[in-house]
Ligand binder design. Structure first.
Ligand code: PLP
Length: 623
């Protein structure tokens, strides 16, 4: 467990059982669990192949309940005189089944949705029917967007148009005048409180979205001039996603609370304070302010928001707002596990040392002597000696003084030295910098049936760390350390960053493959942003996905969403399957005329081509 820090990032959903398999407990500590390895085997028997995203709707429900419970506890603790009513930012994962589940699980909490674009607004309008839940309209808006949002109020939807650009206030006023429907609007403030990490520029003067304080004052004047100031009811801010440090949240909420009370005092009918997203996910389980972690929990987050807003409102004698948050990552990340298989491995030559003979060249005898000397107190010195002897051996070869077989022997002993040193340093807490390179050079490459670009794009684009580990054989000490290389013909298609327990450049602890046996790896916490931001590099398409619900007897497959076929991805880039097949048919006819193919070969080729169009874009692994 310690090797992958599963207790840190996985609790309470993921753990390891006595069989050495990863276990998922979709309802957290409320009981019921599934052996993930057996689940994958069961799905494969149903012809659902890897790579595969398994979505656990019970985890989604649990995340939502936890978030609401944290706010409810904070509200009780601080005697906060209003409510919490969150929304889910659809951008985080727009898949229909997920948004439907979310709306359903959110009903007891009047949980709403946030739309950041026109298509997301269309999703939210159609799916969100919970009375009184909020529909926050963010992002760039044109007249059409604003009109739709305002008209939807006639259906009883609580749409709130958040003004993020100055022009939007005029669009809202125009729409109001044309439609005769009073909108509810909010303003997104560009706070001066600093964000941090990758999304630090989501706030501050240079931020893409939001209004500066002078612009907010302008909005107030403009609304007042048309007698619409009472429409201004919400203040929104967003300091960036994955906030690792609680101090950033505290600073932002302090500033935003003051803006809120000032808006209330200026005559706006303020009712909601929307704290945006940013609630972090502990991807590496370290509970620190490292970018892939966070130094606070959900309860600390809720407490700080509630306490700060209460104090500011009490001091200013302003009615406390309904608190809204737009947590996406914290709600959607855990529910999806991506499972993929390993196709093969490559590793540096480690056939073991062959003893030098007296007839061998001196350089080989020196290398052999070095090999024999290596032990705990001299490995660093021996390492440098081995490098020097190997380089000398290559020079001797280049000048014609060493035969091919003698060079091979020198290299073999050199790699055996490296292997012997690696075994010594494997368990060392501290590894000298010069030996760090050795660890990396000796690492195995595990080739995986996956496209990083399609399934974990943030790992490629912004070096996002996701927990990755084998699903089974966890009762066996892993003896390999490696990196992962994906199926794409792109050298960026790899994962070389893993949870790092020793604070050194990281490698993943892996098991050697067993012939004829599959080796499954899981990428966890990837349920937010990854699926929709994935791209079709090399035309690897969407993976298969299944929605699983826990039942008293095991599990129920709620839905299977088949991944793209080759025909699907080709149609995305405008190829017509009939045209493609016809092209092959004509080529086989010409080849038949030329006598370079037999009839049976041509039929076999044509059939295989046609069948491929209906097959998965990933490799099929027999086991
Ligand atoms: N709200 C807004 C305006 C955002 O831009 C984002 C994403 O960055 C979110 C909410 C969701 O943030 P998170 O996933 O960190 O909760």
């Amino acid at each position: 467990e310690a090797l992958y820090r599963i207790n840190g990032w996985g609790d309470p959903y993921f753990s390891i059982n006595a069989a050495g398999h990863v276990v998922v407990s979709p309802k957290g500590d409320r009981g019921g669990s599934l052996d993930l390895y057996e689940l994958v085997e069961g799905l494969k028997q149903r012809n659902i192949h890897l790579p595969l995203a398994i979505r656990f709707s019970d985890i989604l429900a649990d995340r939502l309940e936890r978030l609401n419970a944290c706010f409810s506890q904070a509200i009780t603790r601080y005697n906060y005189p209003s409510l919490y009513q969150g929304v889910f930012p659809v951008k985080c994962n727009q898949h229909r089944q997920l948004v439907e589940d979310l709306v359903h699980f959110g009903q007891p909490f009047q949980f709403g949705l946030e739309a950041g674009s026109k298509p997301e607004l269309l999703i939210a309008l159609a799916l969100l029917k919970t009375p009184n839940s909020l529909l926050i309209c963010n992002g760039y808006k044109d007249k059409e967007y604003i009109e739709t949002a305002i008209l939807a109020r006639r259906l009883g939807k609580q749409t709130i148009i958040v003004l993020e650009q100055l022009e939007e206030v005029d669009l809202a006023i125009e729409a109001h005048q044309e439609l005769g429907i009073t909108p509810v609007v909010g303003v997104r403030a560009k706070l001066s409180a600093k964000g941090e990490g990758r999304w630090a520029t989501s706030t501050g003067d240079g931020a893409k979205f939001g209004l500066t304080i002078p612009e907010i004052v302008h909005v107030i004047e403009r609304l007042k001039s048309v007698n619409l100031l009472s429409s201004l009811q919400l203040l929104h801010f967003h300091v960036g996603s994955q906030i690792s440090s609680i101090s950033v949240i505290k600073d932002a909420i302090r500033e935003a609370s003051q803006i809120y009370v000032q808006l209330a005092k200026s005559g706006a009918d303020m009712r909601y304070l929307d704290v945006g997203g940013g609630l972090g996910v502990d991807y590496d389980g370290s509970k620190t302010n490292f970018y892939a972690s966070k130094n606070y929990n959900m309860q600390n987050y809720a407490n700080d928001i509630v306490a700060e807003v209460k104090e500011a409102c009490e001091q200013a004698k302003v009615k406390a707002p309904i608190l809204v948050s737009e947590s996406g990552r914290a709600i959607a990340s855990h529910q999806s596990v991506l499972i993929f298989d390993v196709l093969g491995t490559s590793q540096v030559m480690t056939q073991g040392a062959v003893a030098a003979q007296s007839s061998d060249h001196l350089i080989i005898r020196n290398l052999w002597e070095t090999y024999q000397l290596i032990q705990g107190d001299n490995y660093q010195e021996c390492y440098h000696d081995a490098i020097q002897f190997k380089e000398e051996a290559i020079s001797l070869f280049n000048f014609g003084y060493l035969s091919l077989s003698q060079r091979a022997k020198a290299e073999q002993i050199y790699w055996a030295c490296c292997q012997k040193i690696l075994e010594i340093i494997r368990d060392e807490e501290y590894v000298p910098d010069d030996l760090e390179a050795l660890r990396m050079n000796m690492a195995s490459i595990y080739y995986v049936n996956l496209s990083v670009f399609q399934s974990a794009p943030d790992s490629w684009a912004i070096d996002q760390l996701f927990p990755i580990m084998p699903l089974h054989r966890l009762d066996e000490q892993p003896t390999r350390q490696g990196t992962l290389a994906d199926l794409t013909c792109d050298s960026d298609g790899k994962i070389t960053q893993f949870i790092d327990l020793r604070d050194v450049k990281s490698l993943l602890e892996l098991h050697p493959l067993k012939p004829g046996e599959p080796y499954y790896l899981g990428l966890f916490l990837g349920g937010a942003y990854q699926e929709i931001m994935g791209n079709f590099h090399n035309l690897f398409g969407d993976t298969n996905a299944v929605h699983i619900a826990l039942t008293p007897k095991g599990y129920h497959i709620k839905q299977v969403v088949k991944g793209d076929t080759m025909g699907d991805v080709l149609s995305y880039v405008e190829y017509d399957r009939e045209d493609l097949v016809e092209s092959i048919r004509q080529q086989t006819e010409s080849a038949l005329e030329d006598g370079t193919i037999s009839i049976s070969e041509s039929q076999r080729l044509l059939n295989s081509y046609k069948e491929s169009l209906d097959r998965y874009t990933y490799l099929s692994v027999e086991s």
